[in-house]
Design a binder for this molecule. Structure first.
Ligand SMILES: *[C@@H]1O[C@H](CO)[C@@H](O)[C@H](O)[C@H]1NC(C)=O
Ligand SMILES: *[C@@H]1O[C@H](CO)[C@@H](O)[C@H](O)[C@H]1NC(C)=O
Length: 511
């Protein structure tokens, strides 16, 4: 049946529709998470998942070893958790972490900061002591547990005179036990204690807000091994927000020192480090890798603001063409699909990044977007849009793909085609020398990196390369002027965008 009717559905104001969306989604999420949302979970329950369907037809051999993933709520944190690579935070900042949680609820966290993106040149280390209290299952980020922390002490060791110089442009001249002019490399100084204000910590852009959202995943491999990962809250991409931001997504996980990937030379170095002996990571082999091919998520990914998805991304450098398939889910195991978004267009490779060495700048253009509603609520929501604004109104059905290109995107979702994004990509090899692709982190506020100044400085979880090339590859290119929909004015619009829209309007492109 061909669905071509154009009907006037202009009863009800736009804001009502938006409000409806918000309430609807709120209802969906609440219904989906059970009734104990606001209580501290007492019994631990386990959610389990298999690898997402995006991998099923991807011939990525290492993942064919069946892995089931469990995540306890509340999470068990005891032990030491370490970085598995040089981590890049927005800024950019280059960091390795080693966090130790004690049964007494005390924690000690070591953070080592570097001047370079390979973590070869340590600048300074922070020794953080505090106490953590798990609160309740997160209402916003399903599968996560909220926690409160109390910092008791932060110490700093500066590792070189050059690092001291750089700190002097950020830190006040004196902080608790530290007077910058008298700082000697290699010596521990107190930067914060409970009697002091947080001024000096903020000046460094430091906070431990990341422990406000916690998830521990255990991967059970069919051969009997297990890997445990600790996901802590994400760091806001806007520097001015980061010390106050309550995380709703995660950073790249730390791995348990006892149960980690093998081999993991970085884990061992980080595990053995101290504030006086920061880990100096080996230079990662310069990955002059080709980006050509199909890249997929390694797991169900969690995004700030209630989003769970897997990415399936293909680059064709010969034609400068790309296609991304983003499968969205309502649960952290990626087992309940909500909708699938397929976007495509072309791209241009730019210069090597001056901020993150080893990374390259890109510009992506989205010219086509298709959406498939995978469940009733989403289908209904899209079905109710006004004719000509978001695909064929009244034609949305579960499992039927709609092309949004003829309507230049989707007005309800603040999505305007064509659309341009400024990106940062970094290829790397994993511990088994298999290619990984890091793509830029999306702005935490749900906007899109549509200007060069908004280009990411940090990365999302890496995707892995599938062998083989896509079977279908048809992209219609057009050269319409790029335009970005400025998404509404009201708070309501923002809420909607937070819940659903941001998925589409800001994450829909390259992700
Ligand atoms: C995971 O895969 C196994 C084996 O195919 C299956 O028995 C199990 O039900 C799956 N679990 C989920 C949560 O899909
Ligand atoms: C979409 O709208 C049409 C026309 O109003 C209706 O017949 C159809 O059942 C709706 N579909 C869904 C999934 O709501």
């Amino acid at each position: 049946m061909k669905c071509v009717q154009v009907r006037n559905m202009s009863n009800g104001r736009f804001s009502h529709l938006l409000r409806g969306v918000w309430l609807l989604w709120q209802a969906v999420f609440v219904a989906g998470t059970g009734s104990k949302l606001w209580e501290v979970p007492t019994a631990s329950f386990t959610s389990s998942s298999n690898l997402s369907e995006s991998l099923q037809d991807c011939e990525y051999r290492h993942l064919q070893d069946r892995v089931s993933i469990t995540a306890d709520i509340p999470p068990r944190l005891d032990g030491t958790w370490v970085s598995t690579r040089c981590e890049v935070r927005p800024g950019p900042e280059f960091i390795t972490r080693s966090y130790n949680f004690h049964p007494s609820r005390h924690f000690t966290a070591l953070q080592h900061y570097y001047t370079d993106s390979s973590c070869e040149a340590p600048a300074y280390s922070l020794m953080i002591r505090g106490k953590l209290r798990l609160r309740q299952a997160s209402w916003i980020t399903r599968g996560g547990t909220e926690a409160e922390h109390h910092l008791s002490k932060v110490g700093i060791v500066v590792h070189s005179l050059a690092a001291k110089q750089r700190l002097s442009s950020r830190l006040p001249s004196s902080c608790v036990g530290l007077t910058l002019s008298r700082v000697m490399p290699g010596k521990l100084y107190e930067l914060y204690n409970t009697r002091a204000g947080r001024g000096c910590l903020s000046a460094l852009g430091f906070s431990m807000m990341e422990v406000g959202l916690i998830r521990v995943e255990t991967q059970h491999h069919s051969h009997g091994g297990k890997i445990q990962e600790l996901f802590l809250g994400d760091i806001h991409t806007d520097w001015t927000q980061r010390t106050e931001y309550r995380p709703t997504g995660y950073q790249q996980p730390l791995q348990n020192a006892m149960h980690h990937l093998h081999p993991c030379p970085v884990c061992a170095l980080v595990y053995r480090s101290s504030e006086h002996h920061p880990p100096v990571l080996p230079r990662s082999p310069a990955a002059s890798l080709s980006l050509a091919g199909r890249w997929v998520s390694q797991r169900c990914e969690t995004r700030p603001n209630v989003l769970f998805l897997t990415r399936d991304f293909t680059l064709n450098p010969d034609q400068h063409a790309w296609e991304g398939i983003y499968r969205h889910y309502s649960d952290p195991a990626c087992s309940q699909p909500t909708f699938t978004l397929r976007a495509s267009g072309h791209y241009a490779q730019g210069n090597p990044s001056a901020k993150v060495s080893g990374a390259t700048e890109f510009v992506f253009k989205v010219t086509e977007v298709r959406i498939t509603a995978m469940e009733g609520q989403t289908a209904k929501l899209l079905n109710g849009t006004r004719p000509g604004r978001c695909g064929l109104a009244g034609c949305w059905e579960i499992g039927v793909e709609q092309d949004l290109t003829p309507t230049d995107g989707c007005n309800l979702l603040g999505l305007k085609l064509p659309h341009k994004e400024y990106e940062l990509f970094k290829p790397e090899l994993d511990h088994r020398k298999h290619p990984l692709l890091f793509t830029g982190e999306r702005p935490t506020d749900g906007t899109s990196p549509d200007r060069p100044q908004r280009r990411p400085t940090s990365f999302q979880a890496p995707m892995v390369l599938c062998s083989g090339f896509p079977r279908h590859y048809g992209s219609v290119f057009n050269n319409k002027q790029v335009q970005l929909a400025t998404s509404g004015t009201g708070r309501l619009v923002q809420l909607v965008l937070l819940v659903l829209g941001s998925v589409l309007c800001s994450r829909f492109c390259v992700y």
